[in-house]
Ligand binder design. Structure first.
Ligand code: PEP
Ligand code: MG
Length: 889
C-alpha cells in the first residue's frame, strides 16, 4: 500500500483525479506541482490511512511511520532545512482535506516543528521577534487543537502580560516579551495536563496527524456531513507541507483570489491580500485586507494600494498562474497564496463557489472562450438557484434597517405599503399601489389579496404553509413565520422588536433570505435575455421532457410563456371561485336545496368561468391546456366564524341559521380525504357540467375570434375507481353533444385523470381504458402514500430531517421509494393499456430538479410547475439527459 504521496518542486506522486485518495486539497496541490507552479513542498497521507485508523482501534499501518519520515526528509531539501534541526529548522503545516471541502469543520496546525532549540535557531536565521511570535502562536494552536487546552487560557496570559507592560496591541510586544509568554504558555499546559508541552518535533507531528483524523469524528464534522450528505466512510486525508511566511516584512503578504468575480462572474482577478500577515490575521478581521486588482480598488474607492500597485511583479506572476489554472481546470478557481520576501507560493486551488448570476455568466463565457462545451456549460448552473435570477433582488449597495427575520419561503424581493387584509391589498393594488400583504397566517380566502400584493409576509407558518405554497405558485416573494411580528388588524398596526409600523407604511421583504426591512430598499430587475436566454436555448435543444406550467389566470399563463412554458399542465378552477364577484354565487350554489336552485346559481357562474377560460386560452395561443374540474371540499367556500356567517348571510340574502347549519353539515373531519374531487362531480354532476360547458364555449369563442384552437384536456381530480371517471366522462361527452346539437359543432378534447391516490396508481391499467392522459398529482399522492398531511407536516418533518429519520423533504423532492414507485407502476400499467397515454406531473415536485430527473427516467412526457419554476425545469430536464456526462475534473 502507498500511504504517502509527495508533491512540490515541479513534480508530484499524485494528481487532481485522485481526490478520493488525497482529498481535494492534497489532489490539487499535487496537480499544481505537476503544472510546475510554485508550491511549497509537502506530502499527503491518504484517506485510506484514515479508514485504516478507524478500522484498527485508532492505530496506524505499520509501514506508515517510515513512509512519513522519508517524505519529511525529502521536503527539507527544497524548503531549505530539516525537521527538528536547530541550525536550519523546517516548519510544517498539518491540514485536513476531505474529498469535498468542509470549511472550518476539521483541524489545522501551523508552525509545527518549533521547540526551545529550533525557535532559537529560527531566531538566528530570521529575526527573534518573528521566531518567538511564531512559537507562542504554535503552542497556543497546538494546545487547543491537539491537547484540548482552552484557547482562552492563553489569551488571558497574553492580555495580562500586555496589561503589565501598559500595551494595547500584540505588535508592541518585543522578542523578549514573546519568549517569556511562550514559557508561561508551556507552564500553563503542564499545569492543565500534568505533563509538559511536547518538545520532540516528531511527537508534535504525530499528535497533529492524530488530531486531524480524530476531527473527522468531531460532533461538528458529523453534523456537517449529515447536512451535506457526505458519507462517513470517505475519511479525510492529512497534508503536511513546508511553511512559508507572509509575515516577514513589507515584501511578504498573504491573500486569496478568485479567477473571476464570484458574485457577478466578470472576468477579472478578484480577491484580497494583506501585506506582512499570516492567513489567520485575515480571518481574525483585525486588519482589513486590500483588493488585489486596481480596478476593484478604484470601484470600491479604496485608498490603500492594491496588490497590482504595491507588488506589480508578483501580481503579474499571480495573473499568469491564474490563467494557467483556469485553462487547466476549465473552471473558475478560488485560490490561496503567500508571498514570502518577494517570492510567490500557491497554497491551494479549487473550483470556486459562486452566485447563480456568476454561474450563468461564467458558464456562457467559458463556452464562448472555448474552454468548455455546451453540455458542460449546462451542467455548471444549479437549476434550483436559477429561481433567484427570475425575480427582482435587493440592491446589494442599498442601506437597510432590518426589523424581523423569518423563513425564505418564496424567492424575490418586494417593497410596498403594508396591508393587513386581503381586501385592503386588493383595493390598494387597484389604485396601482405596491402592497405587501402582512398576515398572521393566510387561508384560501386571502388568495385575491395575495395575488394583488407584490409580496407576502406572515408571522406564523413554515415552508409548506398556505402562504409559502401559494406564494411560490404565484411567483410572489414571501417571508413566512417571522415570529417576532405581532399584528393588530383592528387598529392597523404591527410591531416587531422595538419597531411599530402602521397600515400604509412601507416595508421591504427579501424572500431569498427571509429578512424584513423598514422602508423602501432599492431593487434590481431580473435580466431574462443575454446569458440567461443563451443557456436556456442550449437546454431546450437537449431536453426530452416538455415543460408546462400550473396557471389559473391569464397573467400567470402569460408570465409562464415568457419563461418558456409549452402549455398548461394544471389549471385549478377553484381559485376562480374565491373572487369577490363570484363567491356569492358559489355560496348560493352550495346552499341550494334543490337541483333547480343549484342550476340557477351555476348559470350565474357559467359566463364568468367562460371568461376566465377565454383569457387563459388566448394567452396560451394553441398550446395544450389541462383544466381540472372543481376539487376542494365545499366547506372551504363557506365562512366559519359567527361574525363572518352573519355578514355572508346578509350579502347572499339568506338566513344565518341555515348558513351555519350548512357549514356544520359540510364540516370535514379530514378535508384532504373527504367529500372532494370527483366525489363532488358524482354527487353534483351539474357543477362539472357547467364547467365543461364554460370550457367548450370559451374554446369556440376564442377560435371564432381568430385565435388558435386550444388543445383541450379536461382533468378529473381524486379518481380512485374507473367507474368514477366513466360516470363523469359520460356527462362531459353529453355537454359536448348538446353543444354540437345547438351550434352544429363542438371542440375536440381529451378527458384524463389525475393520479393522486395509491389505488388509482395501482389500477392504472383499468383507468387508462377511459383516461386519455394521466397527470400525477404528487402533492396528494405524497400525502396519501406516506400518510402525512402537507399542511401539518412543517414542524415534525423538520425534526425528522434534523434527526436523520429522513434525508429529504418528501413534499419537495419526490419520495422515490414510495410515491416514485407508484408513479412508475402507474406509468407502466397505464401505457400497457393505452400505448399513447400522455403522462405528466403537476404536483409541486414538477419544479424540483431531482424530481424532474426522476420524471425523465420514468418516461413521462412533461412536467408542469409554477411559472417561475419553468426555466428551472427546462434546465433540470436538460441536465437529466446529460446525467452521465461528467464535468472536467
Ligand atoms: C396534487 O395533488 O399534486 C395537485 C396538483 O393537486 P392539488 O395540489 O391542487 O391538490
Ligand atoms: Mg391534488
Amino acid at each position: 500500500m502507498k500511504w504517502v504521496y509527495a508533491f512540490g518542486d515541479g513534480r508530484a506522486d499524485g494528481e487532481a483525479s485522485l481526490k478520493n485518495l488525497l482529498g481535494g486539497k492534497g489532489a490539487n496541490l499535487a496537480e499544481m506541482s505537476n503544472l510546475g507552479l510554485p508550491v511549497p513542498p509537502g506530502f499527503t497521507v491518504t484517506t485510506e490511512v484514515c479508514t485504516y485508523f478507524y478500522a484498527h482501534g485508532q492505530t496506524y499501518p505499520a509501514d506508515l511511520k517510515a513512509a512519513v519520515e522519508t517524505a519529511l526528509a525529502k521536503i527539507g531539501g527544497p524548503a531549505g532545512g530539516r525537521f527538528g534541526d536547530p541550525a536550519r529548522p523546517l516548519l510544517v503545516s498539518v491540514r485536513s482535506g476531505a474529498r469535498v471541502s468542509m470549511p472550518g469543520m476539521m483541524d489545522t496546525v501551523l508552525n509545527l516543528g518549533l521547540n526551545a532549540n529550533t525557535t532559537e535557531g529560527l531566531a538566528k536565521l530570521t529575526d527573534a521577534r518573528f521566531a518567538y511570535d511564531s512559537y507562542r502562536r504554535f503552542i497556543q494552536m497546538y494546545s487547543d487543537v491537539v491537547l484540548g487546552v482552552e484557547h482562552s487560557l492563553f489569551e488571558e496570559i497574553l492580555d495580562s502580560e500586555k496589561e503589565s507592560k501598559g500595551f494595547e496591541l500584540d505588535t508592541e510586544l518585543d522578542a523578549d516579551d514573546l519568549k517569556k509568554i511562550a514559557g508561561l504558555f508551556k507552564d500553563r499546559v503542564r499545569k492543565e495536563l500534568g505533563r509538559p508541552f511536547p518538545e520532540d518535533v516528531h511527537e508534535q507531528l504525530w499528535g497533529a496527524v492524530g488530531a486531524v483524523f480524530g476531527s473527522w469524528h468531531s460532533p461538528r464534522a458529523k453534523t456537517y456531513r449529515r447536512l451535506h450528505n457526505i458519507p462517513e466512510e470517505w475519511g479525510t486525508a492529512v497534508t503536511i507541507q513546508a511553511m512559508v511566511f507572509g509575515n516577514r516584512g513589507e515584501t511578504s503578504a498573504t491573500g486569496v483570489a478568485f479567477t473571476r468575480d464570484p458574485s457577478t462572474g466578470e472576468r477579472l482577478l478578484y480577491g484580497e491580500f494583506l501585506i506582512n500577515a499570516q492567513g489567520e490575521d485575515v480571518v481574525a478581521g483585525i486588519r482589513t485586507p486590500q483588493p488585489i486588482s486596481k480596478v476593484v480598488r478604484e470601484r470600491q474607492g479604496g485608498k490603500r494600494p492594491s496588490m497590482e500597485e504595491a507588488m506589480p511583479k508578483t501580481f503579474a506572476e499571480l495573473t499568469t498562474i491564474c490563467a494557467t489554472l483556469e485553462a487547466h481546470y476549465r473552471d473558475m478557481q478560488d485560490l490561496e497564496f503567500t508571498v514570502q520576501e518577494g517570492k510567490l507560493f500557491m497554497l491551494q486551488t479549487r473550483n470556486g463557489k459562486r452566485t447563480a448570476e456568476a454561474a450563468l455568466k461564467i458558464a456562457v463565457d467559458m463556452e464562448r472562450e472555448g474552454l468548455i462545451d455546451k453540455r458542460i456549460a449546462i451542467g455548471r448552473v444549479d437549476p434550483g438557484a436559477l429561481d433567484q435570477l427570475l425575480h427582482p433582488t435587493l440592491d446589494p449597495a442599498a442601506q437597510k434597517e432590518q426589523i424581523a427575520v423569518g423563513l425564505a419561503a418564496s424567492p424575490g424581493a418586494a417593497t410596498g405599503e403594508i396591508a393587513f387584509t386581503a381586501d385592503e391589498a386588493e383595493k390598494l393594488a387597484a389604485e396601482r399601489r405596491d402592497v405587501i400583504l402582512v398576515r398572521t397566517e393566510t387561508s384560501p380566502e386571502d388568495i385575491h389579496g395575495m395575488h394583488a400584493a407584490r409580496g407576502i409576509l406572515t408571522a406564523r407558518g413554515g415552508m409548506t404553509s398556505h402562504a409559502a405554497v401559494v406564494a411560490r405558485g404565484m411567483g410572489r416573494p414571501c417571508v413566512s413565520g417571522a415570529g417576532t411580528i405581532k399584528i393588530d388588524v383592528t387598529n392597523g398596526v404591527m410591531t416587531s422588536g422595538g419597531h411599530t409600523l402602521k397600515r400604509g407604511d412601507i416595508i421591504t421583504i427579501d424572500g431569498a433570505t427571509g429578512c424584513v426591512y423598514k422602508g423602501r430598499v432599492g431593487l434590481r430587475q431580473p435580466e431574462l435575455t443575454g446569458d440567461f436566454g443563451v443557456l436556456m436555448g442550449w437546454a431546450d435543444t437537449i431536453r426530452k421532457l416538455k415543460v408546462r406550467t400550473n396557471a389559473d389566470t391569464p397573467e400567470d399563463a402569460a408570465t409562464a410563456r415568457k419563461f418558456g412554458a409549452e402549455g398548461i399542465g394544471l389549471c385549478r378552477t377553484e381559485h376562480m371561485f374565491f373572487d369577490n364577484d363570484r363567491i356569492v354565487a358559489v355560496r348560493q350554489m352550495i346552499l341550494a336545496d334543490a337541483e333547480s336552485e343549484r342550476k340557477a346559481a351555476l348559470a350565474k357562474l357559467l359566463p364568468m368561468q367562460r371568461q376566465d377560460f377565454e383569457g387563459i386560452f388566448k394567452a396560451m395561443a394553441g398550446l395544450p391546456v389541462t383544466i381540472r374540474l372543481l376539487d376542494p371540499p365545499l366547506h372551504e367556500f363557506l365562512p366559519q366564524k359567527d361574525e363572518d356567517i352573519a355578514q355572508v348571510a346578509q350579502a347572499a340574502g339568506g338566513d344565518p341559521a341555515k348558513l351555519r347549519a350548512r357549514a356544520i353539515a359540510l364540516h370535514e373531519s379530514n378535508p384532504m380525504l373527504g367529500h372532494r374531487g370527483v366525489r363532488l362531480g358524482i354527487t353534483y354532476p351539474e357543477i362539472y357540467e357547467m364547467q365543461a360547458r364554460a370550457i367548450f364555449e370559451a374554446a369556440m369563442n376564442v377560435e371564432a375570434q381568430g385565435g388558435k384552437a386550444v388543445q383541450l384536456e379536461i382533468m378529473i381530480p381524486l379518481v380512485a375507481w374507473k367507474e368514477e371517471l366513466d360516470r363523469v366522462k359520460v356527462r362531459i361527452d353529453g355537454v359536448a353533444a348538446q353543444l354540437k346539437a345547438e351550434r352544429g359543432k363542438a371542440p375536440s378534447y381529451m378527458v384524463g385523470t389525475m393520479i393522486e391516490l395509491p389505488r388509482a396508481a395501482l389500477r392504472a391499467a383499468e383507468i387508462a381504458k377511459t383516461a386519455e392522459f394521466f397527470s400525477f398529482g404528487t402533492n396528494d399522492l405524497t400525502q396519501t402514500t406516506i400518510g402525512i398531511s402537507r399542511d401539518d407536516a412543517g414542524m415534525f418533518l423538520t425534526d425528522y430531517l434534523n434527526k436523520g429519520v429522513i434525508t429529504r423533504d418528501p413534499f419537495v423532492t419526490i419520495d422515490v421509494d414510495g410515491v416514485g414507485e407508484l408513479v412508475k407502476i402507474a406509468a407502466e400499467r397505464g401505457r400497457g393499456a393505452r400505448a399513447n397515454l400522455k403522462l405528466g406531473i403537476c404536483g409541486e415536485h414538477g419544479g424540483d430538479p431531482d424530481s424532474i430527473r426522476f420524471c425523465h427516467e420514468s418516461g413521462l412526457d412533461y412536467v408542469s410547475c409554477s411559472p417561475f419554476r419553468v426555466p428551472v425545469a427546462r434546465l433540470a430536464a436538460a441536465q437529466a439527459v446529460l446525467a452521465n456526462v461528467k464535468d472536467i475534473d
